[in-house]
Design a protein around this ligand. Structure first.
Ligand code: WT7
Length: 658
């Protein structure tokens, strides 16, 4: 490192606050600090500002209806169509030839869909879905990787008022079946396979395996991604995507006017119990909210080329690859593959080639980039970038600064956006044209978002003290319920801090956090038994039940341990059944296989540790905290309150020796 570089690094390391560059502020969509007050004074009518981004077929009567709280209703009486708002109106307004989706295939091929192209293909596929029998309110499942047919299918569903339920393609056959059964979903859109690091992966076999466990008849549409690279045959209830679209070439389908509160989609997410939760999002509130936050937080404009590197199979992709950016008429980049194929500069090549203005990724990716070194971004001209974002887990100041310097060239603000599948869109973040940034702290709640950090009794804690994150007012993008499980909706999110007698409702996202004197919030992570592996939420119970399902394993505890790139990694502690003590290698293999089969490779355990006992309190509860410390290599605290303190050292020795 040169002397100049070294002093730059040292300066950066010490700097705790960063002002947004003047050049950014001057052009920012939102730069008047008065917006916070404006939202507060005029609440909830201030939310009309979000609804105004959309074209409504029927204007709404009321901004917020609280009569059924905590099932709040937004923009009641209003009617609109999401696909109309993402496509038709831009074409009508002269943007027919503007790129809507720029798709980058892993092998280097590209496809560009203008708004006009996308509208045509969505129309044709919507006509095909109708022809297959899909009716308004039927849930259509999609089990697809990052191919353009995925957003096309989602928008086609939105056009005919059929809610979609996208299952991440990396999830297992079991996970697919569970979700299709829970939603009674009789339609599935999938593909034959996809490419990963140049290899053709079979996806249709996994799909078919999942379908065997689906309890009802299913019509399936299969996209042919691999051509001759994979031989497969379709059964009678399986239709080829291209043939369907061709059969409906040139057809158009009138977008269905949906009630603001009608379901736009379902998205399943992991919780503390073994059963995933079907988070329900609506047409009016959700779409207004993601459009407003894409405008104010991501600063998107129609002229921008924007890239969010998430997978559409997660909420980040729904809100900020598809709905928000397209509702604004922006060009959204979609990348099929991995960041290190064919080389570790793939992302920067994509940024340079597409002249990306705004880039949104996850801390786990940034940590991987850091590990690979600055020479990869340095190979490319990244000067088109104006704003950077992160989401998924806390970002440590070192990674933040690396991103700021080596990707943003110290000229782009960074938005560290805290939100969840359930919140629909951003909740806590700086507004890039207004607030200074503090690496490691997401920032204040957005205008209109009333976040408070409380103690166990619900009282606000002092600045600097750790507490629980709560949201004390509703917002348009919030989930409405858990699909067909209103009871669990209340018990999961509202029971902890609300006062139902007084009709006072407080949303609890199950994160710990602290707040500083300026109202900046540092999120500390989940306080429930949910892990955050590479920014993905995994329930420990789901993994545990997969492990104890293995013959020869009597009991298991799953915890998260620190991991340099993934943030958290899955650690399994398991007790073999009598007589299986000498088969640990096979048991480990089977435990890993079982986790991959029931959830998917993302949940693959980092390590399976066999032990004759698990550390338990005198009342018989497993001491998870201790197991986490062992997995993370932390100093171990007091173990004297345990029923079996000796076991702790034994387990720790074993983890060190492995
Ligand atoms: C959980 C939600 C929102 C899309 C991606 C994940 C954690 C998310 C941040 C952030 C600290 C964060 C929280 C949250 N999280 N963003 N910027 N800083 N933590 O969605 O799967 O619903 O997970 O991710 O723990 O509760 P999700």
């Amino acid at each position: 490192m040169s002397q100049e570089d070294a002093s730059l690094e040292a300066r950066l390391e010490e700097q705790e606050t960063f002002e947004p560059p003047e050049s950014f502020v001057e052009q920012a969509n939102v730069s008047d600090p008065g917006i916070y007050e404006e939202f507060e004074e005029n609440w909830p009518e201030s939310w009309e500002r979000a609804a105004e981004f959309l074209d409504w077929d029927e204007p709404y009567d009321e901004v917020l209806d609280e009569s059924e709280a905590p099932t709040y209703q937004w923009f009641t009486g209003g009617e609109l169509n999401a696909s109309y708002n993402c496509l038709d109106r831009h074409v009508e307004n002269g943007a027919k030839n503007r790129a809507a989706i720029k798709w980058e295939g892993e092998l280097g091929e590209t496809r560009t869909y203008t708004y006009g192209d996308l509208l045509n293909e969505v129309n044709e596929f919507a006509a095909a879905l109708r022809d297959l029998g899909v009716e308004e309110d039927d849930v259509v499942t999609m089990y697809m990787p990052m191919v353009p047919e995925l957003p096309i299918a989602m928008l086609a569903c939105a056009r005919i008022g059929a809610p979609h339920s996208v299952v991440f393609a990396g999830f297992s056959a079991d996970a697919l079946a569970t979700r299709m059964n829970d939603a009674d979903s009789e339609y599935l859109i999938t593909c034959d396979g996809y490419y990963r690091r140049g290899d053709a992966l079979d996806h249709i076999s996994k799909t078919n395996e999942g379908l065997e466990d689906v309890e009802h008849e299913t019509e399936t549409v299969v996209v042919d991604r691999l051509g001759d690279d994979l031989d497969h045959s379709l059964s009678e209830s399986q239709h080829d995507y291209d043939e369907l679209v061709e059969a409906h070439a040139g057809e158009t389908v009138e977008p269905v006017s949906r009630d603001a509160e009608d379901m736009l989609f379902l998205m399943y997410t992991s919780g503390t119990t073994g059963k995933p939760k079907g988070v329900k999002h609506t047409t009016g509130g959700y779409l207004s909210y993601v459009t407003w936050t894409s405008h104010s937080v991501l600063d998107l404009e129609p002229e921008d080329t924007y890239w969010c590197s998430a997978d559409i199979g997660w909420i980040t992709g729904h809100s900020y690859i598809l709905y928000g950016p397209l509702a604004l008429g922006t060009t959204t980049v979609m990348y099929e593959g991995t960041p290190d194929y064919p080389d570790k500069d793939r992302f920067w090549e994509i940024v340079e080639k597409n002249r990306v203005d705004v880039f949104y990724t996850a801390p786990t990716a940034i940590r991987a980039f850091m590990k690979w070194g600055k020479e990869y971004p340095e190979r490319h001209d990244l000067s088109s970038l104006r704003l950077l974002g992160t989401v998924g887990e806390p970002i440590n100041p070192r990674a933040w600064k690396w991103y700021y310097k080596h990707i943003g060239g110290e000229e782009c603000p960074i938005v560290d956006t805290w939100w969840q599948t359930e919140t629909g869109g951003h909740m806590i973040t700086t507004l890039p044209g207004i607030n200074e940034m503090k690496p490691g702290s997401a920032g204040p709640g957005l205008p209109g978002i009333d976040v408070r950090i409380v103690d166990g009794a619900g009282e606000e804690v002092d600045a600097g003290e750790a507490g629980y994150l709560t949201v004390q007012k509703p917002w348009p993008g919030m989930l409405r319920t858990l699909y067909r499980n209103d009871e669990r909706f209340v018990s999961e999110y509202w029971e902890e801090y609300s006062d139902p007698e007084a009709d006072e409702w407080v949303y609890f996202p199950e994160d710990g956090a602290k707040i500083d004197d300026d109202g900046y919030i540092t999120v500390l992570g989940r306080v429930d038994d949910v892990l955050n592996v590479s920014g993905h939420r995994l329930g420990t119970m789901e993994i545990e039940s997969a492990v104890v399902g293995v013959e020869g394993i009597a009991e298991a505890a799953v915890v998260g341990g620190d991991h340099e790139v993934k943030g958290e990694a899955v650690y399994v502690y398991a007790i073999p059944e009598d007589g299986y003590g000498d088969q640990e290698d096979e048991l480990e293999e089977r435990a890993i296989e079982s986790v991959e089969d029931s959830i998917g490779p993302i949940a693959r355990p980092e390590e399976v540790v066999f032990t004759p006992e698990l550390p338990k309190t005198r009342s018989g509860k497993i001491m998870r905290r201790l197991l986490e410390d062992i997995a993370s290599g932390n100093e171990l605290g007091n173990t004297s309150t345990l029923r079996n303190p000796d076991i702790v050292d034994q387990i720790a020795d074993q983890v060190e020796n492995d």
